[in-house]
Design a protein around this ligand. Structure first.
Ligand SMILES: Nc1ncnc2c1ncn2[C@@H]1O[C@H](COP(=O)(O)OP(=O)(O)O)[C@@H](O)[C@H]1O
Ligand SMILES: [Mg+2]
Length: 363
């Protein structure tokens, strides 16, 4: 187990800067997920921690000791890659035991260590097989077993289940979480899949363009996104974002969507927003409310699309220049029907129209 600290990390490949001042502390025993789209620098960060890549500047510490100049082999960190990287000519047992060769354990100790991880991973019955006789999920279980058998200080995983089909990914997600709880190893996990991030992480690190956008618990990243990028990257369907003008004063205000369409909200919900600023409203589909009849805070509109998804439906409604997507019960409304739309002001997010930074209530 280990505490990992990244301080002012920069990384250039030639003239291209792919990491721009990355600062992050990963606590001992924590499960941190780095989330971001392809090319944002996740793998480079992970490889830098492991020592598979050098950094251009900054420091990396493990348990207070600077390691940026140490070789990968001297950092005691294990790495699981997305591609199945098993030795094809060795059995599962030999693959898992391989990292123990250099450690100077007795045969008995090695066998006990291999059997223990195989048991945790549920692959004891596969120990005599060759990798070619394994399913994709089992290959990745073996790769994780090989990474864990030495009891490394930390386990780094780079999209370890990204190549598996959807059903298996769901199952493996649960297994990886269980494994983390059982081993309590410091884990850093990279993915572009927000559901994986939400379900696995103690804390999520949202990355974009070589910069950390937000670091926080899953519910914090979801409920209090620091900026528009995070707001729209996390959550499915995507958070509605619309330019709004805030009209009216302290008592009552109207969020104007243009073309005379506006939704009234109590002034307290927008009192923290400086006047005269270009503002974006962010509202998740579950906080867009639809009704079949008029009501206070609701305005009349027409549905323009209905997407049935089994457990719920996503309904599009037009409001001025904006289309808002709402999440409703199945069968709630048909396409082209009249409805009244309102917002849950407690779950409305406002962002600076220029910087994209969240405008937060201070109180
Ligand atoms: N060895 C390399 N040489 C040059 N550019 C690289 C190298 N490795 C990665 N990059 C570039 O660095 C950026 C970040 O890559 P990476 O860390 O792999 O992103 P991610 O894992 O988030 O998809 C990308 O633009 C990628 O093309
Ligand atoms: Mg990558």
């Amino acid at each position: 187990m280990a505490r990992i600290e990244l301080r002012s990390i920069q990384k250039f490949f030639g003239a291209v800067q792919v990491l721009k001042d990355v600062n992050l502390t990963i606590e001992d025993g924590e499960f941190v997920v780095m989330l971001g789209q392809s090319g944002c620098g996740k793998t480079t960060t992970l490889r830098a921690i492991a020592g598979l890549e050098t950094v251009s500047s900054g420091t990396i510490s493990i348990d207070g000791r600077e390691v940026q100049d140490l070789r990968a082999a001297d950092r005691d960190i294990a790495f699981v890659f997305q591609s199945f990287s098993l030795y094809p000519h060795m059995t599962v047992y030999e693959n898992i035991a391989f990292p123990l060769r250099a450690v100077g354990m007795s045969q008995d100790q090695r066998e006990a260590a291999v059997r223990e991880v195989a048991k945790v991973l549920g692959i004891e019955r596969l120990l005599n097989r060759k990798p070619s006789a394994l399913s994709g999920g089992d290959m990745q279980r073996v790769a994780i077993g090989r990474a864990l058998v030495r009891r490394p200080k930390a386990l780094l995983m780079d999209e370890p289940i990204g190549a598996l089909d959807a059903k298996l990914r769901e199952q493996m997600r649960a297994e990886i979480k269980r494994l983390h709880i059982a081993r309590n190893s410091t884990s850093v996990y990279v993915t572009h899949d927000q559901i994986e991030a939400m379900s696995l992480a103690d804390r999520i690190v949202v990355m974009h363009g070589g910069l950390l956008q937000q670091v926080g618990a899953p519910e914090e990243v979801y409920n209090r996104p620091a900026n528009l990028f995070v707001a729209q990257f996390v959550g499915s369907p995507v958070m509605n974002v619309s330019g709004v003008a805030i009209e009216g004063g302290a008592g009552a205000a109207v969020l104007s969507f243009g073309q005379g369409a506006g939704i009234p909200v109590a002034g307290g919900h927008v009192g923290h927003i400086p006047g005269g600023k270009a503002v974006k409203l962010g509202i998740r589909p579950e906080a867009v409310l639809l009704r079949h009849e008029p009501g206070e805070g609701f305005v009349e509109t027409t549905t323009t699309n209905v997407e049935p998804l089994g457990s719920h439906e996503i309904v599009d409604v037009r409001l001025g220049e904006t289309t808002l997507r709402a999440r409703v019960e199945p069968g709630f409304v048909a396409d082209g029907q009249r409805v009244w739309v309102g917002l849950d002001p407690q779950r409305a997010h406002f962002f600076d129209g220029e910087t994209g930074l969240a405008l937060r209530r201070t109180a």
